[in-house]
Design a binder for this molecule. Structure first.
Ligand SMILES: NC(=O)c1ccc[n+]([C@@H]2O[C@H](COP(=O)([O-])OP(=O)(O)OC[C@H]3O[C@@H](n4cnc5c(N)ncnc54)[C@H](O)[C@@H]3O)[C@@H](O)[C@H]2O)c1
Length: 332
């Protein structure tokens, strides 16, 4: 049974990747620091979905300080999703934390993976590395991040490229576009809209211009990660992982309203620094090199996410458990 070290396993995307890799027969070693970008008990709840699987082990630790060599011993691949996400929070005093979690953590993991001669390293990059454009973003498009978060993700991507080209590590960087679906992070727009639709509240929309986003369903993203683990691609490959269909944020809200069956008052807040006007990923290269394309349409994906939010309100939904001890314990 092949094994993978999966960083950020307790997060939104990481928990879906873990489920999918376990279903595909991988042995998964997960590491996550359970940081407080949102309530760590939500991350523990994510881990509880697969913590009992005998092919899964978990270490709670920070990649910047953890002893990585035992974790990498004998693994066939690394999937590096751990990071501090979020564009708007990345300014000012928060930036050193982004450097720690997105740049130093990536550098340390690359060093350890190179020393352990890990056969494949998959890095989660972001559409935030691109500059503003009205065209579809191709992997060769201009890189000009608008936010410190985008800068930190691009720095990670550049480090990955240097280990690929100069140190012989076999790497694939995947640029994710606006991922949504069950377990989505609480700071993300669709999560906030659905919570307000179910509990009462308002939809906060930022800026005067209509923003367009290429919303990509989370299990499609997990499938792309899975494909990247074994695809025979050149080292240093960089690929967009997007649905390929930009949708406006007001249309996203209307679709969520239709699914829930009520409307939300909209409150407008000023433009948030770092928010780009439009994302649209060209996925030709991912189709060619991974044989991958997104298959979940936005209406279906929203329905699944709404169903997940509703399930949290059912009396049978268990309350999140306590956050586990720091190192080497399963989250139970
Ligand atoms: N969600 C999106 O739309 C999106 C879009 C583009 C890129 N990405 C990238 O995908 C990845 C996952 O994002 P997500 O939305 O699931 O975020 P998330 O916050 O839910 O998951 C990230 C996880 O990483 C962990 N972590 C952070 N720093 C760590 C460290 N130093 N050591 C160990 N664990 C650490 C956190 O505790 C968290 O559980 C990130 O790299 C993010 O930049 C996400």
């Amino acid at each position: 049974m092949a094994s993978v070290l999966l960083t950020g396993v307790a997060g939104f995307i990481g928990s879906h990747v873990a489920e999918q890799l376990l279903a595909h027969g991988w042995r998964v070693r997960g590491i996550d620091a359970l940081t407080e970008n949102y309530d760590p008990r939500i991350k523990v709840r994510n881990l509880d979905l697969f913590a009992g699987d005998p092919a899964f082990t978990f270490v709670r630790d920070d990649l910047v300080t953890a002893d990585l060599s035992p974790l990498l011993d004998g693994v066939d691949a690394v999937v590096h999703l751990a990071a501090e996400p979020g564009v708007s929070r990345s300014w000012g005093e928060q930036f050193p934390m982004y450097v720690h979690r997105n740049v130093l953590a990536t550098h340390r993991l690359l060093e350890a993976a190179t020393a352990a001669a890990v056969p494949r390293f998959v890095y989660a990059s972001s559409s935030s590395v691109y500059g503003p454009t009205s065209d579809a973003m191709r992997e060769s498009s201009r890189l000009a991040p608008l936010s410190p978060y985008g800068v930190s993700k691009l720095a990670g991507e550049c480090l990955v490229a240097s280990y690929a080209h100069e140190r012989g590590l076999s790497t694939v960087a995947l640029r994710f576009f606006s991922v949504y679906g069950p377990r989505q992070r609480p700071d993300m727009a669709l999560h906030r809209f659905i919570e307000a639709l179910l509990d009462g509240g308002e939809a906060v929309v930022y800026g005067d211009d209509v923003q367009m986003r290429d919303f990509t369903y989370v299990t499609d993203v997990a499938e792309a990660v899975s494909a990247a683990l074994t695809a025979p691609v050149p080292t240093g490959t960089v690929l967009n992982i997007a649905h390929g269909t930009p949708v406006s944020v007001p249309d996203l809200l209307r679709m969520a309203e239709k699914e829930v069956g009520r409307e939300l008052p909209v409150s407008r807040e000023p433009h948030r620094a770092g928010d780009t006007a439009r994302t649209h990923g060209d996925t030709t290269a991912a189709a060619e090199l991974l044989g991958w394309r997104a298959t979940t349409d936005l209406r279906t994906g929203i329905a699944r996410q709404v169903a997940w939010h509703r399930s949290l309100r059912e009396p049978t939904a268990t309350a999140p458990l306590a956050v586990p001890a720091r190192v080497g314990r399963r989250p139970r």
